[in-house]
Write a protein that binds this ligand. Sequence first.
Ligand code: FAD
Ligand code: SF4
Length: 470
Amino acid sequence: ERLNNDFQFIEVGRKDPKKKLLRQRKKEFVEIYDLFKPQQAQEQAHRCLGCGNPYCEWKCPVHNFVPNWLKLVSEGNILAAAELSHQTNTLPEVCGRVCPQDRLCEGACTLNDGFGAVTIGSVEKYITDTAFAMGWRPDMSKVTPTGKRVAVIGAGPAGLGCADVLVRNGVTPVVFDRNPEIGGLLTFGIPEFKLEKSVLSRRREVFAGMGVEFRLNTEVGKDVTLQQLLDEFDAVFMGMGTYTYMKGGFPGEDLPGVHDALDFLIASVNRNLGFEKSAEDFVDMKGKKVVVLGGGDTAMDCNRTSIRQGAKSVTCAYRRDEENMPGSRKEVKNAKEEGVKFLYNRQPIAIVGEDRVEGVKVVETRLGEPDARGRRSPEPIPGSEEILPADAVVIAFGFRPSPAPWFADFRIETDSQGRVVAPAQGRFRHQTSNPKVFAGGDMVRGSDLVVTAIYEGRQAAEGILDYLGL
Ligand code: FAD
Ligand code: SF4
């Protein structure tokens, strides 16, 4: 029943879902936020003013119909809300969990002027989780099969976004991934405390029910060639992500005890999921003084994974100030609560140690003039060097594109940074220089976000439908 008060936002403040106890959060790999209770979701959704020109919708990269589904939730109509939210988003329950809402939809909410933004992300997660629990599944009854088949390389958010739009338009997507589970970085990257893995296995079942086929444990270029896919399918979509580590380029990076972020995170996920191939891959931070270098989402995930593994201390050193950190503010706050110590304006210049890492030499920085992109670059302050003691160091400077060696054989062009060229405004959206091959997500944009990868996968599917004359 709709709550009858249009000034709800004055009487009812913004309230996030309850977090688990810190004691538990520091030890367990479980999501830290509880699901809203129906009454809470209804109350929070009803705070929405229903702005005529909703900024949240524009700021949301998939342009979700936010006020419309908030209204449906405030009326208790979850199934209609789920149907509507899936019109624009392939994985609303994932975005509700991992989008940096404070920089996107919620950052644009009118109620930020003194009242506190509507908890858009948590309501989005609530809608899908609740609808699934009620037995809701996407309605495919009006879809007419076209007989066309498209190969999708990569079961990350871009590939899944593409497959979702294709299958809803009667095209059969066959998704290839070298990993044993779908999700890409959602499964093998982002840790469970932000996104439990059962969310993706449930999605796999839902997609399979919709008619998406998965060929997991299958690497394109090794187990099957692109030529085979081009011969067998009507078109190909590539959503293969970015997997080249950025290095610091300073001495000591190869010392034992220095780890690349994703190796560390994946080993932890693999152990938790039972996918571990060799116990030697696991990096155990128990009892160690850990220093994490970097300030983005990946760094935050490494910090918090180290805490849960029982590290003696976790220090995160970042070369700019807190204001200029690139990741989600919410997760920085969560990391602080869990005991991570932050050192801002510290640039690493060397990793020191005899036979293994013993510390990180950092220099203090101050922010200089803004560069061409408006970001102020850090400048070292002479004479401010110090050594942070460390038993383990995790390098989380982000990722660069990793173009496959076979791209050239198929005339798939990349730009000077290694990103696949697949323009959104081309003749067919996200078509590469090989007319039968489309691409989107991190491999086209450079490392970015889950929600932008989903959007590009969906847009590329529209391009493929046009290309196939459907
Ligand atoms: P990916 O998710 O990388 O998926 C690519 C898939 O392609 C993978 O499954 C890979 O196995 C497969 N693949 C590649 N090559 C082949 C091949 N030859 N054959 C078969 N399969 C292949 N974003 C957020 O919005 N919020 C966050 O909180 C957040 N946290 C992050 C934390 C970490 C640790 C990392 C690393 C990233 C995080 N991101 C976050 C970024 C986000 O995960 C990515 O932007 C997003 O996953 C990109 O989607 P994608 O589909 O382009 O690529
Ligand atoms: Fe906000 Fe992300 Fe949902 Fe868009 S997809 S409404 S940005 S949480």
